[in-house]
Design a binder for this molecule. Sequence first.
Ligand SMILES: [Zn+2]
Length: 341
Amino acid sequence: MAQQRFVSAEQAKAPFFLGIDVGGTGIKIGLTDDQGDTLDFVAIQTQEPNGPDDAMRRVNLACEELLTRCSLSKQDVVRAGLGTPGSQDIRKGLLLEPPNHPHWHHFPIVKCLEDHLGLSVSYANDANAAAFGEFWVGTGKIYDSMVLLTLGTGVGGGVIIDNELIVGQNSFGGECGHMIIDPSPNARLCAWGGGKGHLEAYASASGVTLRAREELLAGAESSLSTKIENITAKKIFEAAEQGDAWSLKFIEQTGDYLAVGITSMVHMVDPGLVVLGGAMNFGGSTSKTGQRFLQAVRKGFHERTFDHLKHGTSIEFASLGADAGYIGAAGIARSDYHKTV
Ligand SMILES: [Zn+2]
């Protein structure tokens, strides 16, 4: 599996790109070369209540410091990429109403960052940027198309078809977590907006916690039965690793819910590769439980799809971790840059 690579300024291949990944508490900034290798990166605090202009001012200072550390200057960078949480209007460069950034609403963040940086800025949804990072240098490196699902507090994602990131008419492209997987009247509700039967309500960390609590309260036999109030996806993973049969079965059921959504996505865009990213990976490829989780996703997909898609579609874990966001933001900047030169 492809891993993130680091490169020295002497060995890096020009031109250079800055990637900026804005989160609720931190902003990660990386400098990459034309092949997606990272020269160096830095993290600063978001300081959300101080507003977006102050944050973009500090992003610029951090970029200058990062370049100095690499013995480079702004003249060596041809473009920057910015990823932020939605909602947003990508084409207009606007933040709309990101729920964890109440002091940043309806703000022209791209113009603001361009003014501070003195560089042109490409803009993306943060989950889409992470998808593009995995596509450029991670698990998707050898593919032309890819779908990423990020399993965290919610379920995010990104869709890349024939090397193009799908943004969509309303900047909502790739919001895989809001796919409907259960049309029944008593389907689960998703955290944002109360959408009914969405994948996120079943396969995000918060959805998993709620489902687990309900099953345990209903009398499921498990080593976690006495710890229902403090249940988390991580605790279910740990119990499964210790041999708790209910936990393992529960994780496989979660994989099957994902498989329902993945089958619909594959039937829609035929990406050839589906990547599972995010913190909730039940140990990932290095753990027994993570492997069982991945097998459950593949099995559920294979049971619901056609033979040629079963053979022509890989489902794998992501490989870049939390760095996928800034790498992908830089990658989107690179993609835009190479379209103009
Ligand atoms: Zn939803």
